[in-house]
Write a new protein. Structure first.
Length: 495
């Protein structure tokens, strides 16, 4: 028997097939007028309506007695409901000698089953209802989410609650995912793009920083089932939880269901709230190289420690990013199109919510163009610091920034997710509206001011992954006093 959901999908397919058949028949019989072909306009002649005003859908926010913060946002366009829980945790809180613990905890939390249902039974129920329940832990947060048809909410939300409150962390599942990760470690040097990204983070944050650590065979071997249970107990409790639900429900009934399922959840006696790790730039001003003789091109990343989203100059830096990047941006026009020095090139001031991000530039280029490529990127960084941008560049950059920002709020689920994220990282409730208004007020002088202040050439560290013999002229030609350090990326075997 097909489920209700599958029957709806089948009916939709039959309708669409019939509709297309009618359209084709009408076309054959000449009943559909021919489409008039008009010459394409040049992009400078295109006219676009002004951006719509950003309006938040109505939502309800409340807090349970045990500390759980809840957001509810109704959306009756489709018979679907989705929810997301955020927990104040992250891999930045795992012990250095057990790198990978947070990720494994987040994975096995769902795949290891609960005290009431085996993993196989949970999978069976969700597949029959075309529903989803997932969990995971990233660098700065833990996530649990669900989605289902409106008619299946009670059962699916019950499973969602079980996974959060009653995981068993089955040891067999832990061993399975440890083996999977061991395979990923063995292959991690196969992709030069992954190499340059991974090793650049170590140069900026330091090899011991939780923001740049690498999971090794040894750290995986140090992780036990008890470690997962302990990590869960420290961070998965009501005071650490935010829950957002959006979709086809009535707020009163949804509030009652949440209170029923989570209202009696008590804090863990192992609950902790550790301070955020300190951040400082590990390497400054030098060049690093990873020799990969099999490559015919070079992968380059260069930059320095950046800042956070709550920086008062963040909006001006966002506009600066648009001047540098994308179609029509300086790097694309000058380095890729005019000089032909790059397959890809970019430079971004890339902040984080609650710890410093990076200013990162670079791209991919031919081996014999590596030195001219690095020189040209540095020249563009210096040019935007020392020369005012044009008014045309400013207008284009502001329009691009605002257009991309609006797309973050295309549907209620995106909007609710962003509202929760702002509260999670302790940002003001009106951050959404302030950002847009500030962008509109940015001037040419603002862009040059922040470029001079925040782009610091003397702190730029450069990493090249490439073929040493094929890089001609050699990297040493970039400066007589340039220090070039080779990095060993050999994968350490477990002791």
């Amino acid at each position: 028997m097909l489920s209700n959901y599958k029957r709806k999908i089948t009916r939709s397919k039959v309708f669409i097939t019939a509709f297309l058949a009618v359209v084709m028949l009408l076309a054959i019989l000449g009943q559909i007028p021919a489409i008039a072909l008009t010459p394409a306009k040049h992009y400078t002649e295109l006219e676009f309506p002004p951006l719509p005003e950003l309006e938040l859908p109505e939502y309800t926010r409340f807090q349970l007695d045990n500390g759980i913060v809840v957001y509810l946002m109704e959306d009756h366009e489709l018979p679907l409901i989705g929810g997301r829980a955020i927990f104040r945790t992250g891999s930045r809180f795992e012990p250095e000698d057990k790198a990978g613990l947070a990720d494994l905890t987040g994975t096995v939390m769902r795949t290891g089953g609960t005290t009431q249902h085996s993993p196989e039974k949970i999978n069976q129920i969700l597949e029959q209802k075309a529903a989803v329940v997932e969990t995971g832990i990233g660098g700065t947060a833990g996530i649990a989410r669900f989605s289902c048809l409106t008619e299946d909410l009670t059962e699916v939300f019950g499973l969602f609650t079980e996974v959060i409150r009653e995981p068993v962390f089955a040891e067999a599942k832990l061993e399975f995912y440890k083996q999977q990760w061991q395979g990923a470690i063995a292959r991690r040097n196969d992709d030069p793009e992954s190499i340059v990204g991974r090793e650049f983070q170590k140069l900026i944050y330091g090899t011991e920083s939780p923001y740049a650590r690498t999971v090794e065979y040894e750290t995986l071997n140090n992780i036990s089932q008890e470690d997962l249970i302990d990590f869960y107990a420290k961070y998965f409790h009501p005071e650490n939880m935010m829950l957002g639900v959006v979709g086809d429900f009535q707020t009163k009934q949804m509030r009652s269901l949440i209170t029923e399922k989570f209202g009696n959840w008590q804090p863990s006696i192992k609950a902790v709230k550790p301070p955020l790790p300190n951040v400082r730039q590990a390497q400054v001003g030098d060049m690093f190289f990873i020799d990969q003789p099999q490559l015919t091109q070079s992968y380059v990343q260069m930059g320095h420690l950046g800042g956070k989203l709550d920086n008062p100059d963040y909006t001006a830096l966002s506009v600066m990013n648009e001047v540098l990047n994308g179609l029509g941006g300086r790097l694309f026009n000058n380095i890729r199109s005019r000089q032909g020095l790059a397959y890809s090139v970019s430079a971004y001031w890339s902040p984080n919510y609650d710890y410093p991000g990076v200013f990162i530039a670079g791209g991919e280029t031919r081996s014999d163009a590596t030195v001219p490529f690095i020189t040209s990127v540095n020249e563009e960084i210096e040019r935007i610091r020392t020369q005012p941008i044009t008014k045309e560049e400013l207008t284009h950059a502001k329009d691009s920034t605002l257009n991309s920002f609006i797309f973050n709020f295309q549907d209620p689920a995106q909007t609710l997710s962003r509202l929760m994220r702002y509260e999670y990282y302790d940002y003001p409730k009106d951050f959404i509206f302030r950002y847009r208004q500030e962008i509109e007020n940015i001037t040419v002088e603002d862009v040059q001011r922040v470029a001079q202040k925040y782009l610091q050439p003397d702190k730029i560290v450069t990493l090249v992954v490439g073929n040493k013999e094929a890089i001609q002229p050699p990297l040493s030609s970039l400066g007589n006093d340039l220090k070039i350090t080779s990095i060993d990326i050999t994968i350490p075997e477990p002791s």
